[in-house]
Design a protein around this ligand. Sequence first.
Ligand SMILES: *Cc1c(COP(=O)(O)O)cnc(C)c1O
Length: 472
Amino acid sequence: MIQIPISLQDLYRTLPSMDSLLALSGLSELQTEFGKTATKTALDQLLAEARTLIATDRRLPPWCDNLDALPGYLHDRLAQQHRLSLTPVWNLTGTLLHTNLGRAQQSEAAIDAVTSVMRYPTPLEFELHAGVRGHRDNTISNLMQQLTQAEQCCVVNNNAAAVLLMLSSVAAGKEVIVSRGELVEIGGAFRIPDIMRQAGCTLVEVGSTNRTHLRDYQEAITENTAAIMKVHTSNYHICGFTASVEEAQLAQLCREKGVLLISDLGSGSLTDLRRFGLNNEPTPQQMLADGVDLVSFSGDKLLGGPQSGLVVGKSQLIKKLQSHPLKRALRCDKMILAALEATLRHYLYPETLDKHLPIMAKLARTETELRSLGSTLQQRIQPHFEPHFSVGLVNSRTQVGSGAQPDTTLPSISLSFSAKGKLSLTQLEKHFKACERPVVGRLTNDQLLLDLRGADCALAIQAQLQRLGDAL
Ligand SMILES: *Cc1c(COP(=O)(O)O)cnc(C)c1O
């Protein structure tokens, strides 16, 4: 056979023109669905990619051989580009408050509150009845007064910001004493020593990693000491031969010496978690009752609200935080404040918390309930995954996540997928993530697990998994 050399120029000439592509049947439907501009941009991209392919590989892309299929191909590309990246997923990882998956799901009341302030003007900094200027943190501050007996509250973007603002406002240029057992790294670049430096404080470490005593703090206090800071070791646990000093004891020492006692509580649950079989977390209200001057905690961990950081404590100190220039940089917007207000209002009716706050509802699920959900799902899904995967039911453990309660887990039930044929679990995991509402599970050595404690809309999960199974 004679090989006819094709010149580059011939290849470029073979490439369809923009006008001929726009004239293809099916293109006008695309323009109606995605708009003329986006459709033309996609075609431009396609032609540019083709020119690159000609230059590098001296060949045309496959779509040139089958122009009838081009509108369909383009539709998939445009649909892909139009998909929001912050799309809903199912978090069946076995970690309820997953930082990478957006932590706490909001209550329906919080969702309504956010959408309405997004849609309409709202008196964010306006006292409607008095007709005077108000403060954006007032509502939250009043609620926190009721819920924690705090004199006032200051709200910022997250707890990291709360700690930074707290230290910058009450301890800049001075010494802050922290136990060596509490020099926490939360993740990312948030380490207590770094945040101290950033706030302009001098960190004074006392005690040892496993044991710190009252006298250690006592001996470290100088005329330059602004505060003693307690950091809740939320994401790890030191056990064995240990000692730390309770807040109540430290509060007494601080009062005698005229220094402040401040606390980074981390998760800061407002309710007793023992009803779920978890350990009790120290609450902000307990800290304040023990004599802590300022307590900071997250809004989107066990509190179950939007990403935010709250500082509660004495009026005269909160006023310092409110008037610090950093507060303006760290303040929350109306959407966060609306969601936070709606979340906190649930705490005024504690009997209904487990029903309204998704994180509480998930913690409250019983093993019996989960097992019955699991066996229904397993029976209905299993046949759809034959002959590639077997679908079983296994006992598993759910963790709270986001650094809360690192050593306690709750019993749960997981759907378990095991490979029986040529398809691997890694491939299955990819399929899960490519679903219309992606499913995020947990891959172990020889099983892909979907922890059902994190499941909502069980019927929708069932339908989606059945569709996926049929398409394998
Ligand atoms: C989670 C946590 C933080 C950081 O809180 P964010 O709300 O994520 O900024 C700070 N300190 C402690 C002890 C924490 O557990």
